[in-house]
Design a protein around this ligand. Structure first.
Ligand code: HEC
Length: 139
């Protein structure tokens, strides 16, 4: 047996497996949270005062804590993010709907749509188990 070739093959197989492992691990706080902050926080944060006005989270949905993201809103409790099931997760479904749909998020005229690349990233995050890592967010 040619030891050199065998070692090279093992090394190649090892680097391929490490690469795909890195690829699968999405860091919620670094990669997903900024998307939600930009596109969703305006309407889906904990109740707070803004210019003397009380702002409540729309649809009863908060996206500023891990517990709240899991809990979901009024219409789709427990179906906002369903780990492993992007097609059952309203967080992703609403942002993929066409502008004309009344459940499209952000609602028509109320902010830019989430880019296809960012939607793909969120899909992958849900598919790979929707882990929040150490992030807990606002209590
Ligand atoms: C300009 C305000 C606004 C922004 C920005 C916004 N939403 Fe919403 N969202 C709403 C309103 C209003 C409702 C309630 C809709 C209804 O009941 O018809 C809602 C409801 C929802 C619901 C349904 C919750 C439930 O269980 O009832 C989901 C899921 C949702 N939004 C996700 C998102 C996501 C994800 C983003 C960012 C991509 C986002 N929203 C950005 C206003 C907004």
């Amino acid at each position: 047996m040619n030891t050199k070739i065998t070692l090279a093959a093992i090394a190649a197989a090892f680097s391929i497996s490490t690469l795909s492992a890195q690829d699968a691990a999405i860091d919620f706080e670094k990669q997903i949270l900024p998307i939600l902050k930009t596109s969703c926080f305006k309407c889906h944060e904990k109740e707070h005062e803004d210019n003397g006005k009380i702002k409540k989270p729309k649809g009863g949905l908060r996206l500023d804590s891990a517990a709240a993201i899991t809990k979901g809103g009024k219409e789709y409790p427990d179906e906002n993010v369903v780990a492993g099931k992007p097609d059952a997760s309203w967080l992703l479904k609403t942002m993929s709907l066409p502008d004309s749909d009344e459940m499209a998020m952000p609602p028509e005229g109320k902010g830019d749509r989430v880019s296809a690349a960012d939607q793909a990233l969120i899909k992958k995050w849900i598919e790979s188990g929707a882990s929040f890592g150490a992030w807990k967010g606002v209590e």
